[in-house]
Design a protein around this ligand. Structure first.
Ligand code: ATP
Ligand code: MG
Length: 805
């Protein structure tokens, strides 16, 4: 029997409270003193491809558990397959793990254990627990039987120990050709678990291994190798993904039959699946080899190297992995959750700058030729609470985004159009006087006038200005190349489809070669991150071959909001993390005497990310106000901080509460729905006041309308103004609260679906949801959901109209 080396005893820190079933098991073992209180994990990649975000889940888990329990975590390359492995993959894996922020205790290679593994095989043969089989792998497969039929023994199963030892030695010596023989464990050909029907332990492969060279003509199978690797290293908890659940019996059998306890234990958890992408090395390799992407580190790839090049931070990936947690059942995680973690991180670390992706020339005819005015512009919105600003030059010749101009603006257009005014961020209000075009009729240039009284966006006479757009001075702007990356697949579940390659998103990369950034970007360090206002978060690609000598390449890491969500409504989280385009120019904060500008530099060894303190950036007075609001009204501190830091929002909140709104709900509406609406216009221009909002919230509180209907009412208020009560009445949006009316409808719905009703009565009570859905359809979503459930249950139970509950 092979001796397990005794690793040094680790000190046991105060045990943390377990947050998942794996940690609960570890905590239990530590408490019971198993393994002498030691915790040792490992991350065991096969070096046959680059790591992807799924691996990150395993890394964060294994290194995280070791860290929390004062244990160790090894990096072990599971290099038992000579055909697909490569030192280049080893290097990329090491780099990715370190980039994620982890350092392994020992770096080990499974191939280093080949001699010890062979000894274990010999000992199993000696005990009569393993035999050489001359069948081919196909024959073995065929003889293994089915779930309902036991397997058949092959001729080699009854060989003597001596003969088996001799054959194994000759396999080892390289005497036999590939595929001619295998070593199998002698377990049970009738086992219910098919994997236990004499699994393969070794096969013959005359192949060159990238580390052991031509030393070995036989290679161990995963099931034989993995448990021994864990054992040799003194691993205590061997976490692996659910596909290996049935392999656990082999894992335990080999250890029990071959080596002395204590044995490591295998515990399975659900692998990470993400929608809109594929997470299998085989498929990622196909994407690379087939030229569908530009290498393993293409920013569209879900690989760690791709995410890094896209500008995603390791912090965001770690946060994402912790947030999704570990569970015992497989599920698919929405990639929007990853994007959310990315935004939430960059919001606090990426300074805001202006860049026009698709420039349209503007001449400000009222501005003297050759004159430049430097306008102060803060790098950070107020809710981030960081200092730092730069100046941006205003001149006669500008660029704006082609998209921000419409000759025939649709209703509700808040950007530029002929004769209309728009505020240039940190600049002046300009009016479009004339449009110039080429022979083809394409708009080539806008001629505008500016209002000198609106410097910094101030509007002295309180007139309405539709919105605020970004711009750059044509004379000062720096050319940059902007790469807009989007999801790689246009279907949610490419990994479930064999023809996944035909579902690639043709628009996953759009290159904007003519983009122009504000001059402060000229010296941006490779690897630095910015928010281009209104466009998204971007990363200065350090690897890109700059096309025109020195041109910066900016990769879009993520958009400012989730543009894929089908419903217009976003989650609360999306909104919170999204840039709030609160107009500093409203004259509330932008101090006149600007600090000397502190230009942001590369992310490289930059200062650690600031703590996510919702109170950061508030003055002592505002902070006190936030705490008071949170306490008095039961608001989440983050909401209270936003209200306390923004006096117009706070005033709106007070008015809403005065109009009998429930304070927490009112705050929630302001922080989410109202802030979204003032993304590109000041609050004073929103036709919804605090009193209106208060009335709307009160309508929900009183049960008059559902919160879903309230969204519709709010949209109508934003579009045209008007009181919520009137909108509800004129559109007939009142919640249907009339029990007898609903009971009548319930009877109709049930009668229309006799089969479903019968199945419900036979015990399929999940079908209630189906009936509720039907009833909701009948009432166009207006039925009081509680009542709808009650009347349907009564109807289905044969007590129509009954007063359930
Ligand atoms: P793939 O399925 O992508 O080819 P793999 O499982 O073959 O990956 P390995 O190199 O064997 O890749 O994986 C190393 C470790 O990472 C293993 O412990 C494996 O369980 C874990 N792992 C791989 N993919 C995921 C995933 N999607 N979610 C969580 N853990 C994963
Ligand atoms: Mg694997």
């Amino acid at each position: 029997m092979t001796e397990r080396p005794t690793p040094p005893e680790a000190s046991t820190p105060t045990p943390p409270t377990p947050t998942d079933f794996l940690r609960a098991k570890v905590a239990e073992d530590v408490a019971a003193g198993r393994y002498g209180g030691r915790v040792a994990t490992r991350f065991p990649p096969e070096p046959n491809g680059f790591l992807h975000i799924g691996h990150a889940k395993s890394i964060v888990l294994n290194f995280g558990v070791a860290e929390e329990y004062g244990g160790t975590c090894n990096l072990r390359f599971d290099d038992t397959n000579p055909l697909t492995e490569d030192m280049a993959y080893v290097r990329s894996i090491e780099r990715d793990i370190q980039w994620l922020g982890y350092q392994w205790d020992e770096e080990l290679f499974a191939s280093d254990y080949f001699p010890s593994m062979y000894e274990v095989a010999v000992s199993l043969v000696r005990q009569g627990k393993a035999y050489v089989d001359d069948s081919t792998e196909a024959e073995i497969q065929e003889m293994r039987g089915t779930i309902s039929e036991p397997g058949r023994p092959s001729p080699g199963r009854e060989r003597s120990v001596e003969e088996n030892l001799d054959l194994l030695e000759r396999m080892r010596a390289g005497e036999f050709p590939d595929g001619s023989r295998v070593l199998r464990a002698k377990i049970d050909l009738a086992a219910a678990n098919m994997k236990m029907r004499d699994p393969l332990l070794y096969r013959i492969r005359h192949a060159h291994h990238y580390r052991t060279g031509d030393e070995w003509p036989i290679y161990p199978m995963y099931d034989f190798a993995h448990c021994l690797e864990d054992y040799f290293e003194g691993i205590t908890h061997s976490f692996c993904t659910l596909e290996f659940e049935n392999n656990r019996e082999i894992y335990d059998w080999i250890l029990q039959n071959a080596v002395e306890p204590p044995h490591p234990q295998q515990i399975e958890f659900a692998r990470l699946n993400l929608n809109y992408t594929v997470l299998s090395k085989r498929r990622l390799l196909e994407l690379v080899r087939g030229g569908h992407v530009d290498g393993w580190d293409d920013p569209r790839m879900p690989t760690l190297s791709g995410l890094r090049r896209r500008g995603v931070t390791p912090e965001a990936i770690r946060t994402f992995c912790r947030k999704i947690g570990v569970a015992k059942a497989n599920s698919v995680v929405d990639v929007a959750q990853l994007e959310h973690a990315i935004r939430d991180d960059l919001n606090w670390t990426a300074p805001r700058v202006l860049c026009v992706l698709d420039p349209l020339e503007v001449v400000v005819e009222t501005w003297p030729e050759g004159e430049t005015e430097q306008l102060p512009a803060p790098y950070w919105p107020r809710d981030v609470g960081k200092e730092g600003s730069r100046e941006i030059p205003f001149t006669r010749h500008l660029f704006i985004e082609r998209d921000d101009f419409a000759e025939q603006p649709p209703k509700g257009w808040r950007r530029l159009s002929p004769g209309a005014e728009v505020r240039l961020r940190y600049g002046y209000v300009v009016r479009c006087e004339r449009v110039e075009r080429d022979e083809a009729g394409t708009v080539t240039r806008l001629v505008c006038s500016h209002d000198p009284a609106t410097r910094g966006g101030e509007i002295p006479d309180g007139r309405k200005v539709a919105g605020t757009i970004h711009w750059v001075s044509a004379e000062h702007a720096v050319p940059v190349e902007v790469r807009l990356y989007d999801r790689l697949f246009r279907v949610e579940d490419p990994s479930a489809r064999e023809d996944y390659l035909s579902h690639l998103n043709p628009d996953s990369l759009q290159v904007m070669t003519g983009a122009r950034a504000e001059p402060s970007l000229a010296g941006a360090a490779p690897g630095s991150r910015f928010q281009l206002e209104r466009q998204g978060y971007f990363y200065v690609d350090p690897e890109a071959e700059s096309p025109a000598g020195g041109t910066l390449v900016l990769n879009r890491t993520v958009t400012l909001r989730d543009t894929w969500t089908k419903q217009a409504g976003r989650t609360e989280d999306d909104v919170r993390s999204e840039e709030r385009f609160v107009d500093l120019a409203r004259g509330e904060t932008a101090p006149t005497g600007q600090q000397p500008s502190t230009a942001p530099t590369a992310a490289a060894p930059a200062a650690p990310a600031p703590p996510r303190d919702p109170l950061a950036g508030l003055t002592a007075e505002q902070e006190a106000a936030a705490r008071e609001l949170a306490e008095n009204h039961g608001l989440p501190l983050a909401d209270a901080a936003i209200l306390a830091g923004d006096s117009p929002l706070r005033a709106m909140f007070d008015e809403a509460v005065a109009a009998h709104a429930n304070p927490a709900a009112a705050a929630n509406w302001i922080v989410n729905d109202v802030l979204r609406e003032v993304k590109d216009r000041p609050l004073s221009e929103l036709p919804v006041g605090g009193r209106d909002l208060g009335e709307l919230v009160a309508l929900i509180d009183s049960g008059k309308i559902s919160s879903k209907m309230a969204k519709e009412v709010f949209a109508a208020m934003v579009a045209g103004g008007g009181r919520p009560g009137e909108i509800v009445a004129s559109r007939g949006l009142e919640q249907v609260d009339d029990r007898s009316a609903l009971a009548t409808l319930a009877a109709q719905v049930v009668a229309a679906h006799p089969d479903a009703a019968e199945r419900y009565r036979a015990g399929h009570d999940k079908l209630l949801g189906f009936f509720v859905g039907q009833l909701m359809r009948e009432t166009r979503g207006k039925a009081n959901p509680q009542l709808a459930n009650e009347v349907l249950q009564a109807e289905l139970a044969g007590e129509p109209g009954g007063e359930a509950g």
